[in-house]
Design a protein around this ligand. Structure first.
Ligand code: ASP
Length: 439
């Protein structure tokens, strides 16, 4: 029988009601044998996530102030869950033990990790499953780099001993046993690590939305959902601003070819979005898979006659940016022009410095700067094989009266990026969506 790994985000496990749903989901499929929970998230918009409360505890400890008030708020969350579920579990014992250990090891990672640890303990008790502490089996080297192969081997061996187990997300430990966390939101990574270790047939990532949408619903009214997405498309879309899940959060499953299924805890029967390695088996419904975009870019257009025959020109432009530690996003080039698109937050008031350095190094005929630019990426594996997609994008933008300031078609043909004035961002996104998907 195949195995499914299920990861539940903090919004899915914020209160007892969420625990009941999780059990319902798990009971519906006996292949769901390993479960990775986050810490309890927000129950309502002004609520505070347990992880944030725990960071506040740490900050008290660091300033040698009592953490009692914040820790009580943490305790209340677990007490409430356990009592609402009528759980036969020693919550007070767990809280007291955790409190003492936090006083003993006042590191931000240890304190924050206790959110997942305690939620995992409660969930294991509620499901009647084994509890596996990732501090023993998920390791980082002493510089904090994730030890993927060691972890995979050790965790795989351990999980074979358990028919069903809860493994808390977000943390592991250094070689000396000291707890270390993944970056914020890192339970997604733990889920992927566990899925790889048990060679799962699918990694189900349960959250509070039904997967990815073809466009941002704040811009396009009721955009269609994406049923199948490839990992490469996911990377392109999330890089360009689509949220839900970052590709780098699920690298262990991506590299092992295990599909990830984004599901909605509040809409159990919705199939969500399936993320796969090889999109060829899943013919795309539309030539495009999704549209995403980001605002606040600056475009530097460098013009020089006979640039094409001047050896090293491009290198010198990039050298200027590199010397100032400024990364660039895109680099569309013409015969005598070269454009560099840079995110404003990277430029950080150093525009003049950069222009001066480019002038010194490259002696261009002119440099033109366009500020307030937005980039919109139209992404889709279906674009490779169907003609006329670029024409459709530019036709739609023309019809909408949007002036295109920059074009960049990725060499993979998976992605066509256009730069438009930020004032046109929403209009342009809607026009492209309309052209490919309709109403
Ligand atoms: N609880 C952690 C956070 O809030 C990790 C996670 O939820 O994935 O970032």
């Amino acid at each position: 029988m195949g195995v499914k790994v299920v990861k539940f985000g903090g919004s899915s496990l914020a209160a007892a009601e969420g625990f009941r749903r999780v059990k319902e989901i798990i009971d519906a499929d006996e292949k769901r044998r390993f479960c990775v929970p986050s810490a309890p998230g927000k129950r309502f918009s002004e609520d505070t996530k347990v992880t944030d409360l725990l960071y506040r505890c740490y900050s008290c400890l660091q300033r040698q102030l009592p953490m009692d008030e914040e820790f009580d708020r943490v305790g209340e969350r677990y007490r409430q869950i356990a009592s609402d579920l009528s759980l036969d579990f020693d919550v007070e014992g767990m809280l007291e033990d955790t409190r003492i250990k936090m006083l003993d090891q006042p590191t931000p990672d240890f304190c924050a990790s206790r959110g997942e640890y305690m939620n995992g303990r409660l969930l294991a008790a509620y499901l009647g499953w084994d509890f596996v502490d990732p501090a023993e089996f998920i390791k980082f080297d002493r510089h904090g780099a994730f030890a993927s192969e060691w972890t995979n081997e050790t965790l795989s061996e351990e999980l074979q001993k358990h028919e069903r187990a809860v493994i808390p997300g977000f943390y592991g430990s250094f070689p000396n046993g000291e707890v270390h966390t993944f970056p914020r939101g890192g339970s997604d990574i733990t889920g992927a690590v566990v899925a790889r270790a048990v060679e799962a047939e699918v990694y189900e990532n349960w959250t509070d939305v039904s997967g990815f949408l073809m466009a941002d619903p704040r811009i396009v009214e009721k955009p269609k959902g994406i049923d199948v997405l490839t990992y490469r498309e996911l990377r392109e879309l999330s890089y360009m601003g689509a949220t839900v899940l970052q590709e780098d959060a699920i690298f262990p499953v991506h590299h092992s070819g295990i599909p990830t299924n984004i599901r909605n805890t509040y809409d159990i029967h919705h199939p969500g979005t399936m993320i796969v390695s090889d999109g060829r088996k899943f013919p795309a419904r539309y030539p495009i898979t999704g549209i995403a975009g980001k605002k606040d870019f600056t475009l530097i257009n460098i013009v020089k006659d006979m640039m094409n025959s001047e050896l090293g020109f491009g290198r010198r432009v990039l050298q200027a940016a590199e010397e100032l530690g400024i990364p660039f996003e895109h680099l569309p080039t013409g015969i005598d022009t070269m454009c560099v698109a840079i995110a404003d937050h990277d430029l950080d008031k150093r525009l003049n410095q950069l222009l001066n350095r480019i002038s010194e190094l490259c002696q261009p005929d002119s440099i033109e700067v366009t500020r307030g630019l937005s980039l919109i990426a139209t992404v889709g594996r279906g674009m490779v094989s169907s003609p006329g997609n670029a024409a459709k994008i530019f036709g739609a933008l023309y019809q909408a009266g949007v002036n295109v300031r920059m074009i960049d078609q990725g060499s993979s043909e998976l992605n066509i990026i256009v730069g438009v004035a930020s004032a046109d961002f929403e209009k342009a996104t809607r026009a492209i969506y309309q052209a490919f998907v309709g109403d």
